[in-house]
Design a protein around this ligand. Structure first.
Ligand code: ATP
Length: 268
């Protein structure tokens, strides 16, 4: 893990939809270089929180800082240009386009936002720009081990592979922070293991900070440095996986345990 300065900070974030309180006074921070997961029962506010970070929702109260900058009122595209990337709970690929083109779309978006334009023009014109795109995209394709499907139409692929391609497209923006909404949903065990390994590689080798929502507790506890638990829109606890799992409220609320005694303490 990198230094401990927060890359993302949520200060007393509340979000209401009419009479529904999706989030109430939630504060947390994600440190640069960590894998941070948000867990909690259905309707706990996890997606709402991530949407407040990506800019899809605007908090009713509170603020969000990215790299020390207040982004609470910033448009999603500005946030993307600052280095916040995301994938979606429901796949959002262009089914009729090839895998390669789907990922290229991500890069073009980045370039059109002006993020890389200066640098790429500096090394020399539009052709170089296209080559640079290609080189980066091929690197991402290698990294995510999807070379064999690079020419395939995205719509014809298995669910697990489409999820990987969607991740590739988000990674193509070279974000500093990547938001993953249920990256393993609908995957079989092998696909889950591959995805977990990929997330760790993105974190360890590419230095990306990860903010993830995931229902699979095994995966969450295995790969997260820290975890936050939401329940009914409020923060229940935030900490390292072992601390969080040992918390009686978590065992009751999330795991549905009546008796909150830690399993290790129960005689065999
Ligand atoms: N756009 C919206 N309009 C109205 N209510 C919403 C909207 N988005 C979320 N909510 C409500 O806010 C609450 C939190 O929902 P959210 O989707 O953030 O929970 P979640 O923890 O991500 O749940 P899940 O695990 O089922 O995805 C729920 O009561 C939900 O119905």
């Amino acid at each position: 893990m990198g230094d401990h300065a927060p890359i993302l900070q949520a200060d007393s974030v509340s979000l209401r939809f009419g009479g529904i309180r999706a989030l109430t006074d939630v504060s947390f921070s994600v440190r640069r270089g960590e894998v941070f997961s948000i867990i909690g029962p259905n309707g706990a506010g996890k997606t709402s929180m991530v949407n407040c970070v990506s800019g899809r929702y605007r908090p009713t109260e509170g603020r969000i800082l990215f790299d020390g900058q207040d982004i609470t009122r910033m448009r999603p595209s500005r946030r993307a240009a600052l280095g916040i990337g995301r994938t979606f709970q429901n796949l959002a690929l262009f089914g009729h386009m090839s895998v390669l083109d789907n990922i290229m779309v991500g890069r073009h978006h980045l370039l059109n936002s002006g993020f890389l334009r200066g640098m790429v023009y500096w090394i020399g014109g539009a052709q170089r720009e296209e080559l640079e795109h290609r080189r980066e995209v091929e690197e991402i394709i290698d990294f995510l081990e999807i070379q064999h499907i690079r020419k395939a139409q995205a719509g014809t692929l298995s669910y697990g592979l489409r999820k990987r391609v969607e991740l590739a497209r988000a990674v193509a923006l070279r974000p500093k922070l990547i938001l993953l909404d249920e990256p393993m949903a609908g995957m079989n065990l092998e696909e889950k293991e591959d995805m977990a390994r990929t997330i760790l590689d993105l974190n360890e080798e590419w230095g990306m900070t990860i903010l993830m929502i995931e229902h699979d507790m095994g995966v969450v506890m295995d790969i997260s440095h820290r975890v936050m638990v939401l329940d009914f829109g409020r923060k229940l606890v935030e900490g390292e996986p072992e601390e969080v799992m040992a918390h009686p409220d978590v065992r009751r609320a999330y795991l549905g345990e009546e008796d909150a005694t830690p399993a290790e303490a129960v005689p065999a």
